[in-house]
Design a protein around this ligand. Structure first.
Ligand SMILES: [Zn+2]
Length: 240
């Protein structure tokens, strides 16, 4: 099993490449690229949230508790929440992640369970998509995909580390095939993961349709303003 350092290095390299490509080829705003690169790097730690109590779990959960409410600020604004409600909601989410999620992870997850799986990567991407509620679809997909790329980097590294090159070709360790997988040996966690993936997928699809509608209305309004502005503007002419 590759350690914490291997994972953070791998996902940081992947994140840097992903961000640079988006900036260079995709012409995305630099800040969006930096956020995408950072999220990709952090997402490379996510699957190991199942590795039991320890410094990585504590630090990752604390980090998520701080960053998730920040990502949701725009969503709160969209919902028309006053500042007081935003602060309260942010604090509630912080506590829910810092203590609720940490408790769930400590008590109900097991290493190389469904956290190390392809549907879990999809769930991570969907949650990010729903949380990062910008009106521009491309930026939204970019940020959500950044998390998926980081997550997948972790799974791929786990699989690479379970193969060792011996004298007579590659040797597969017992852990081979337990990271890049569609389902694990425990039925209830398979079911929970797939229900989550389907539910979040439906939510994200609904949200995408709504965003598209908003974007279209906005475009029409802009166009209307432009046409209006193009009307010959006549100044008052005084006759002598
Ligand atoms: Zn792992």
């Amino acid at each position: 099993m590759p350690g914490f350092r291997v994972h953070i290095t791998g996902s940081s390299i992947a994140g840097a490449g992903y961000g640079l490509a988006a900036w260079y080829v995709g012409d995305l705003p630099p800040m969006t690229c930096v956020l995408g690169a950072g999220l990709c790097a952090v997402a490379g730690m996510m699957p190991d949230l199942d590795s039991g109590p320890g410094i990585p779990l504590r630090e990752s959960v604390a980090f998520a508790a701080a960053v998730v409410p920040m990502m949701l600020v725009h969503r709160f604004q969209q919902a028309g929440m006053p500042l007081e409600a935003m602060i309260l909601a942010g604090a509630a989410i912080y506590l829910a992640i810092r203590f609720g999620l940490a408790w769930l992870l400590k008590n109900y997850s097991y290493h190389r369970g469904m956290f190390h799986s392809l549907p879990a990567a999809a769930v991570a991407g969907q949650v990010t998509y729903l949380a990062f509620g910008t009106e521009e679809p491309l930026r939204r997909y970019f940020i959500a995909s950044a998390v998926v790329v980081g997550f997948l980097t972790h799974l791929v590294l786990d699989e690479i580390w379970s193969v060792r090159l011996g004298m007579f070709g590659p040797k597969f360790k017992k852990s081979f095939g337990t990271a890049l997988k569609f389902h694990g040996p425990v039925m209830w966690s398979n079911i929970v993961t797939y229900i989550l993936a389907i539910l979040l997928g439906a939510l994200a699809a609904g949200d995408a349709a709504w965003t598209e509608k908003v974007a279209k209305v906005k475009q029409q309004m802009e166009q209307a303003t432009r046409t209006y502005q193009q009307y010959p503007y006549q100044q008052w002419q005084y006759r002598r």
